[in-house]
Design a protein. Structure first.
Length: 650
């Protein structure tokens, strides 16, 4: 396959992927897009100054590293295009196209290495570049990868993947230099690959911390760590010590105690055992959805996935675990006979070590397979088109690959068309997942958005969808919060069962992030005067939420917000804000809330002490303007006696 034909082939695939996804760009924001982007004022850039850009980059709270590269990209697009989702989705598609090109380049490089290392086993029916092109085409069109493209916030996943792929290409190039005797140059490329893939990748999303294991798998399968006693091996030992061993020890030291004690699961409706047994079944679904996707199975929402209560509840837990162990063990056993298939299977499981094991993440998301699915497709196509005896039924094998590409393209096109129409997508998701709280809630939101008045059919259907979501066993506070706001806006009666149900929910279940967002929406609507909510009922809800979760600073802050802006009780509100600061002393916003209240109530000396503490947290200088503003207010207040100010909103 000539360079020109490779270029033509890659270009054709990129055009095909663009055509397949194009209709989906007209869709709206969904699910996690709202808290991370739409409702995140930190992504609003008034000026493109270095300090403002840094502040916007640190405006996320989705992970321990704040994902600054991804957040900065959102902020820049919001600055130039506003909150129009179309440019956001177009950028995601461009990243996906770039990733497809990188998948082709990486697979081609690995196939060349495989042919050198396993010359008797890697004998493809087609040229190596053509095989790499087919893997890239299948990956780029695979329906399992759609949510990583059309869900705006999952740019985090696709950006992290982009950096990892670039880093792995740099690693492979560096190892080639080392093999050819250019140790210094090779070491620079290898180290640069780690800095790019693991360093920058983790600043897009923490999933890039798995980069060293991807590099290690490539090294083990295709390079062999160099000869014993050589400079190459010594260099590699140092590199992996710095970029793999040390971070692994640090990460496990930070997170393992909370995981083993159960503390990390206190805000999840499952414990470590339930998660592990559930994930043994989830991973098999990932494999099925990757290889043989069906429209009725693929979805943004999988919160209706049955939770395992142990190895026998359901009974499929043990067979699933044994099957995964057999698949992984088999991949090791056949690595010399079927090296590409072995490599592809192990590649898939690298990311599952992070997202499907002990860490208290949500149970099921399709985009978690964005990087790993490449390995599954490499394994499948290598079994069809590579190896001894591959000449038998070669036309049937090629037809099967062509059919796979065509079927994936058609199914992704159908899904993209659904995603291009928010109401159509909401109906489709709720129909496929009738027991999904999120699917029914999003359907209710979509119907409410087009309801002209409370007497209309869309309003009635929206209420039904929210009621249905609220009655499901694994519900959240989002549906009942929506019911309250929808009816309060038009002065309709608010059912007592909604309020009592909220309190019972809070009393009996751990509050997840979506529950806290629901409570925030209630207090924000009440303070803004958008709706008339009964203060007494609202107070009972917020008090119950704090009483049941006294160790969570966000709930202390929400209760303070109620006490300050609804009850008009600044003294108790300050007590709650001090509690929030004590629980999260390194969170600048908690200090800012407290300082604003102290200044508003004339407690200038206390405010100045708090400002000093806030300044100690400003190591990057991003809080400079806010600290200066608070100091000016404190100085003005000190110059004159306070005159019963109205307390601000926290």
């Amino acid at each position: 396959m000539t360079a020109r034909s490779q270029l033509l082939g890659v270009g054709s695939i990129l055009v095909l992927i663009t055509l397949v996804y194009w209709s989906g760009l007209s869709g709206g924001y969904l699910f996690d897009d709202f808290p991370n982007l739409v409702a995140n004022d930190g992504t609003t850039l008034a000026q493109l100054t270095p300090r403002k850009l840094l502040t916007a980059a640190l405006a996320g709270d989705s992970g321990p590293l704040a994902r600054p590269i991804s957040m900065l990209s959102f902020a820049l697009e919001r600055h130039f295009f506003g909150l129009d989702p179309w440019p956001m989705k177009l950028t995601n598609l461009i990243i996906h196209l770039a990733n497809t090109l990188l998948v082709f380049s990486l697979i081609r490089a690995l196939l060349e290495r495989a042919q050198l290392r396993y010359p008797e086993r890697v004998k493809p029916l087609i040229s190596l570049p053509t095989l790499a092109l087919l893997v890239a085409a299948v990956w780029g069109l695979a329906p399992i990868n759609l949510t990583a493209v059309l869900l705006v916030v999952q740019r985090m996943e696709s950006l992290a993947t982009l950096f990892m792929l670039l880093g792995l290409l740099a690693y492979v190039r560096g190892r080639r230099h080392m093999e050819e005797g250019r140790e210094r140059r090779g070491l620079l490329w290898v180290t640069g690959g780690f800095l790019l893939g693991e360093g920058l990748g983790a600043l897009a999303k923490e999933s890039a911390v798995m980069f060293p294991l991807y590099a290690l798998l490539i090294e083990w399968m295709f390079f062999g760590f160099g000869e014993k006693g050589t400079l190459t091996r010594r260099h590699l030992v140092r590199v992996y010590g710095v970029f793999l061993i040390a971070p692994a020890i640090l990460g496990l030291g930070l997170y393992l105690p909370g995981i083993l004690s159960g503390g990390s699961f206190q805000n999840r409706p499952y414990d470590l055992q339930a998660r592990l047994w559930t994930e043994t079944r989830v991973v098999w679904h990932y494999l099925w959805w990757t290889l043989a996707p069906e429209p009725g199975q693929l979805s943004l929402y999988h919160d209706d996935f049955p939770l395992s209560q142990g190895p026998l509840h359901p009974w499929t837990g043990i067979p699933s675990a044994l099957g995964l162990a057999a698949l992984i063990g088999g991949a090791f056993l056949v690595r010399r006979r079927h090296p590409l298939a072995s490599f592809g299977i192990l590649w898939f499981f690298v990311m599952q070590l992070l997202v499907s094991t002990i860490f208290p993440l949500e149970l099921v998301f399709e985009h978690r397979n964005y990087m790993g699915s490449m390995g599954i497709f490499l394994a499948l196509l290598s079994l069809l088109l590579v190896g001894q005896g591959g000449e038998r039924l070669h036309w049937a094998r090629r037809a099967l690959v062509a059919g796979l590409i065509a079927s994936y393209g058609i199914l992704t096109l159908v899904r993209a068309q659904e995603w291009g129409d928010p109401l159509r997508l909401a109906f489709a998701e709720a129909e496929r997942h009738p027991r999904s709280v999120r699917a029914n809630y999003e359907l209710g939101k979509a119907l409410y958005a087009i309801a002209p008045d409370p007497g209309s059919l869309p309003f009635s259907k929206a209420t039904e969808a929210m009621e249905r979501a609220w009655q499901l066993p694994r519900t959240s506070l989002l549906p009942v919060q929506a019911l309250l706001l929808m009816h309060a806006k038009y002065g309709l009666p608010l059912e007592d069962a909604w309020w009592t149900g909220m309190r019972k929910y809070i009393d009996s279940r751990p509050l997840a992030a979506q529950d806290i967002n629901a409570l925030y929406s209630l207090i924000a609507a009440r303070i803004a005067g958008v709706t008339e909510l009964p203060d007494a009922e609202l107070g009972l809800v917020f008090k119950e939420a704090y009483d049941q979760n006294p160790g969570r600073y966000l709930l202390a802050t929400l209760y303070a917000n109620y006490l300050l802006n609804v009850r008009g009780d600044p003294e108790r509100a300050e007590t709650m804000l001090q509690r929030a600061v004590a629980l999260a002393p390194k969170n600048p916003q908690m200090w800012i809330n407290l300082i604003n209240l102290q200044l508003a109530t004339g407690r200038t000396h206390a405010a100045k002490i708090s400002i000093s503490r806030l300044a100690e947290l400003d190591r990057l200088g991003t809080l400079g303007p806010e600290i200066d503003r608070l100091r000016r207010l404190a100085d003005k207040q000190k110059a004159r006696a306070p005159t019963s100010p109205s307390p601000p909103r926290s």
